[in-house]
Design a binder for this molecule. Sequence first.
Ligand code: 13P
Length: 414
Amino acid sequence: MPLVHMKDMLEHARREGYAVGAFDVVGLEFLEAVMAGVEQAGAPVIISLAESHFEHYDFELLMAAVEAAAKRSPVPAAIHLDHGASLASAIRAINLGANGVMVDASNLPLDGNIERTRAIVDMAHGCDVPVEGELGYVAGVEGEDAEKHPGEVIYTSVEDASAYVAATGVDFLAVSIGTVHGRLRTKPRLDFDRLAAINEALGIPLVIHGGTGLADDQFRRLIANGVTKINYYTALADRAADAIREQAGADPGAGYTRLLSGTRAAIRDEVVRCCELWGSAGRAAALLDHCRPWTPVEHTILYNVEGLDENGVEAMMREGRAVLSGIPGVRRVFTGDAVTEDAPYRHCWLVQFASAAVIDSYREHPAHQRFANERFRPHAGDRVSIDFAERARDERCEDAPNEGGQSASGAAPG
Ligand code: 13P
């Protein structure tokens, strides 16, 4: 299994008083090293992909690897879009496999931030995906991640945070209390009183950006005041770069693979250190018992066509693939033809939904309604439609009754 609902994960962390590491990955070595670290530590993990890093990798390709790594891992994992700039980014991330998204509209005035965040929350909740908002601004000081966050720190105010959370419905809030993205020049002064007041007022999981460089005692106080997710990147990038420099010095003739040979261990060891410090080490098994598995639904339609020739069928399927795959929560649209002549149905749609919630939000989506009513149903009166929930692959649950099972939804085809 263990891809799990991120909201269950962070609520458990909040109840039990620890924080889950949200490690930004920027390539396959990073992903493998982060997974090696959390697996060694027995810790849950949030695998984070920051939109500001997309210039370094192909998001679609890396997401496929991230999902495979999360699914085969023995530790509970969630996949998060970090610093998503727009509604379109959030939809794309969910459709590629993210089950948590962050809205970064903290550069906008409060009203604009609320408006953009609200739109993303409405969409994401329709897919059962939780949303992290940010209020205040965590600027960058030095290092490659700092450059992505220009400007000055703006502290989160308790009053604005309460208004923002009430107006947007975000599930988690990233707060600005003195941390910065990137490297630190000096030990930052963190406003713990402000954090305590925000925690008291909101009662939802809080997030800290700019985890790099904070002292052990600062992490402990953050967690004691409601922080359950710590974003961490620059230190991992710096450990990896140190390992490359060391290798280059010791082995001047090294090629690509030899230069990178020490990076995985360097990142892994830093991840283990963080999990131990933040209290997430050793929590994997207990957390799994508290988290719903994140499982897809296969929306299946078998049908025969009337009143369309072969070209018409092809055009209808092509249009459906284009239109339906952009609907929030749609992971994949497969159109197919029966392999044998005697099959009772000649064609199919297999539309994979990110979660069971998408059955309803997809059915009601205007793009789906239009396509189904105008292009599909008039030609496909002879059809059967069933939604299949994936059986959780957690072997420990093998003997337990399957609550998800399969359900006939009667959802509109297409
Ligand atoms: P650092 O790079 O300072 O660890 O911050 C990472 C972060 O907050 C990503 O969102």
